[in-house]
Design a protein around this ligand. Structure first.
Ligand code: ADP
Ligand code: ZN
Length: 612
């Protein structure tokens, strides 16, 4: 069946056993020969939407891509998975171009990347003689004059439809607005396309905003942040070229491997910085907005905005470059009034003044928000969301409610069964099953509620009781040694099953410690997740070293060999056979047969070493 085949090819070439949201529907629509438009956030998994069909269809898939660096990355990635792909552009020698042409005629190449200009210039020559299965137009929003990345050559792409009327078109973009979407469909002359809009919610991105810091304070915070995130890849976005140089120099002084990147540098210098970053030779790039597009590096672990960006579009795209592998990533926005003033001035001088001012206002509202930041972002991008994301600083600092009915019933039951004769502390002793003097004296351990509340801590019981008192479910009889009684309202919860909502008190004591320690440093880091990866970190480091060696030998970026996610899985699950290794998500057939034995051997040796 087609569906089974989709899954088997997904595992075979990409190593995945499940699809991200909408991928399967999109792949099915593309295989069905429809025109398709895909809107997905950066990191959502757009590439699979044409790369998988390309492996299942007869003929060559032509991928239109605006940047040569983007092509190279993607092609490297595909070849490392055993997929025959190539880029056709000016960086390639004449004889190589000929070879590509020949291999396309023979249907040896399945994915061919080129710029719109190249595609248009070749449409009447050899492109018309090869079997083309699909045109996949990446960064399709470049077609829209209204967007920030308008490229005139994109607007001529309808000529492809005219020259190849039977070849389906697939447009992909991470830019969400309606005008652009319509522009893509209209300008490409798409025929009744299926439009897929994925959620822009990225739960693995932790969002924080820090207001009003002076330069010195920002630097101090970055310093502390880096101490907590050693050797991780990250980007610091700055407003001016000058700032990128200064921040990079400061970081180098502190002993970090950092470089600046901005449009004022020579193309060669820029290329070097980008390559060093992609290949994990430097960890941090301090950049203006010039940096980022065309970088598919999946293990960017954090993004800091040293200055506020001019719009939420820019902000979301920039933070979206972190955590593409789906692992948690930190983002921090430094927000200060002087940034607003500076952007405001620029907007006032622009011909698009109204639009820019509006965008700036939305950006500012986001930074000043006192409600969930995810909610503001998603609503801004036209996606209804009224939740409480739990991964932004606002959610983290605001009380979160839960259904406290069972908690309340346990507490009320303990009070009632002990005859409403006791104050709070003996009641908590009973709930937690403690043999305190009062419990022993009055044989409270014999009642049925004894020990039913061990799932909460002492301070949680104290806190929940206080909340229930304040809401009128309990009362204290002050003139009778502060004994607790359950009110009529409380009895309706205990016996009638009425619901109660309570505010969560932080679950774990150690989390509180982490929070306090971090608060002292005033760092907006989410507690808990770093420790949540139950794995062997020493092994992880060894795996990273092996990955680097393989990457150097193959002359590809390390994440192209395997993503951080795969390395984390290896160090957690520690497969000692090729078969087990091949089952890990992200390990396809080709990678398993090429790199599997090296990794498995490392795991075996490591485990032996641990025993001895
Ligand atoms: P986009 O082009 O939308 O920014 P990519 O296609 O580069 O996103 O995918 C982002 C990351 O997600 C890549 O590291 C890719 O390997 C991973 N990915 C894509 N699809 C899946 C999937 N079905 N399961 C697991 N990981 C996936
Ligand atoms: Zn939130």
């Amino acid at each position: 069946m087609e569906e089974d085949r989709i899954y088997s090819e997904l595992k075979r070439y990409f190593g995945f056993t499940s699809f991200r949201p909408l991928q399967k529907e999109i792949v099915t629509a593309v295989l069905g020969g429809h025109d398709v438009v895909v809107l997905m956030p950066t990191g959502g998994g757009k590439s699979i939407c044409y790369q998988l069909p390309a492996m299942m269809m007869d003929g060559v898939t032509i991928v239109i891509s605006p940047l040569i660096s983007l092509m190279k990355d993607q092609v490297d990635n595909l070849i490392a998975s055993g997929i025959p792909a190539a880029a056709y552009n000016s960086t390639i020698s004449f004889s190589e171009l000929n070879a590509i042409e020949r291999r396309c005629r023979n249907k040896e190449i399945r994915l061919l990347y080129m710029s719109p200009e190249t595609a248009l210039s070749l449409k009447d020559s050899w492109l018309s003689h090869i079997p083309i299965a699909l045109f996949a137009i990446d960064e399709a929003h470049c077609i829209s004059q209204w967007g920030p990345d308008f490229r005139p050559e994109y607007s001529r792409l309808a000529q492809l439809r005219e020259a190849f009327p039977h070849v389906p078109l697939l447009g992909l973009t991470a830019t969400a607005d309606k005008v652009t979407r319509k522009d893509i469909i209209r300008q490409l002359k798409m025929r009744d396309p299926s439009v897929f809009i994925a959620s822009f919610h990225r739960p693995n991105l932790h969002l924080s905003v820090v207001k009003g810091l002076k330069k010195r304070e920002k630097d101090q915070m970055i310093h502390t942040f880096l101490a907590l995130h050693p050797h991780q890849s990250g980007i610091i976005y700055c407003l001016s070229r000058n700032t990128t140089d200064k921040v990079a120099a400061m970081l180098r002084l502190m002993g970090h491997s950092a470089a600046a990147y901005h449009a004022g540098m020579l193309p060669d210098e820029r290329q070097q910085v980008q390559e060093a970053f992609v290949n994990d030779r430097i960890s941090i790039v301090c950049a203006t907005v010039a940096f980022g597009m065309g970088i598919d590096k999946s293990n960017v672990r954090w993004v800091i905005h040293y200055n506020m960006p001019s719009s939420l579009e820019a902000y979301y795209q920039e933070i979206g470059r972190s955590g593409r592998d789906g692992l948690p990533a930190e983002t921090i926005l430094f927000y200060s009034y002087s940034d607003v003033v500076q952007w405001g001035k620029m907007a006032a001088q622009s011909s698009q003044r109204d639009m820019l001012t509006k965008r700036l206002e939305s950006m500012q509202q986001y930074a000043e928000a006192s409600i969930c930041r995810t909610r503001i972002l998603l609503n801004y991008f036209g996606e209804p969301y009224d939740g409480h994301c739990g991964h932004c600083d606002v959610c983290r600092s605001q009380p979160q409610e839960f259904d406290g009915t069972i908690v309340a019933q346990k507490l009320f039951s303990a009070i009632v069964r002990t005859g409403e004769k006791y104050g709070l502390f003996p009641i908590i002793d009973v709930l937690m099953g403690r043999y305190s003097p009062v419990v022993k004296r009055d044989r409270l351990d014999t009642i049925r509620t004894f020990g039913v509340g061990r799932d909460c801590t002492w301070s949680q019981w104290q806190d929940y009781a206080l909340q229930l008192l304040q809401m009128g479910y309990l009362e204290i009889v002050y003139d009778e040694s502060n004994r607790l009684v359950v009110t009529g309202m409380g009895r309706r919860v205990l016996l009638g099953g009425e619901k109660v909502r309570l505010v969560i008190l932080q679950q774990k004591e150690e989390e509180k410690v982490v929070r306090q320690r971090r608060r002292k440093q005033a760092l907006p880091v989410m507690p808990g997740w770093e420790a949540s990866l139950e794995e062997d970190l020493t092994l992880f480091q060894h795996l990273k070293t092996l990955r680097m060696q393989l990457a150097r030998a193959k002359k590809v970026p390390p994440y192209v060999i395997f993503s951080d996610k795969v390395l984390h899985d290896i160090s957690r699950l520690q497969p000692t056979s090729l078969e087990a290794f091949g089952q890990l998500p992200g390990v396809g057939e080709y990678k398993c047969s090429h790199y599997g034995s090296d990794f498995v051997q490392l795991v075996c040796e490591y485990k032996e070493g641990c025993k001895g």
